[in-house]
Design a protein around this ligand. Sequence first.
Ligand code: JD8
Length: 227
Amino acid sequence: MRIDVVTIFPDYLAPLELSLLGKARDAGIVDFHIHDLRSFTSNNHHAVDDTPYGGGAGMVMLPEIWGLALDPLMVEDTELIILTPAGERFDQRMAQRLSGSSHLVFACGRYEGIDDRVRQHYSTDRYSARKITVHEVSIGDYVLGGGEVASLVMIEAITRLLPGVLGNPDSLCEESHNESGYLEYPNFTKPAIWRDIAVPEILLSGNHAEIAKWRANMAKNRGNDNL
Ligand code: JD8
């Protein structure tokens, strides 16, 4: 899988070099390319934004610059992902589907967002004829300053599903979705007693059927903190 990220803050994507993602890159499982949007500007000030038509606070990102950055990346079967708080909610099902893609391009906007004609342009028949699709995606109901953090969240959730990225693929099966969400039972390791708190006896019993029942029950009742 090839992943391209277009941003005015390329350093935000430095975590892609780390840990599993770095190993996946070194193993040739995924190929990351980070593009600085400002490198596509020709004006002296490297402006990537301007005032919004219709007035209002803030600035909007110029379509022209985005077109120059995205055009070379639009190859057959590309999925263009435009991050936006108004987008379709990212979830494990979407991560699973996107992990089957050959090429993902993440457009990370800033300011008030990217001129909507960028989305409209790459959604036209000229691109769908080449099986290029555009998705507006949000990672949650809260407002971030831009799309970079959201792209990192999505890239991590997607690439960890790729064959060969996780050392133990069995851990993916453990994360299987069930009617009460993910199996989020509490985890314990050594020592058996820590600051007078003991590990639940059942986990030391070796009775795997009972352990599985205990874990399923704990997962069902977890997350009721109503934060
Ligand atoms: C892309 C610009 C900032 C958003 C004015 C603050 C995703 N779950 C999410 N929350 N926020 C984003 C997100 C925010 C972005 C951009 C994604 C581009 N901003 C804007 C509108 C209000 N500022 C996001 N995924």
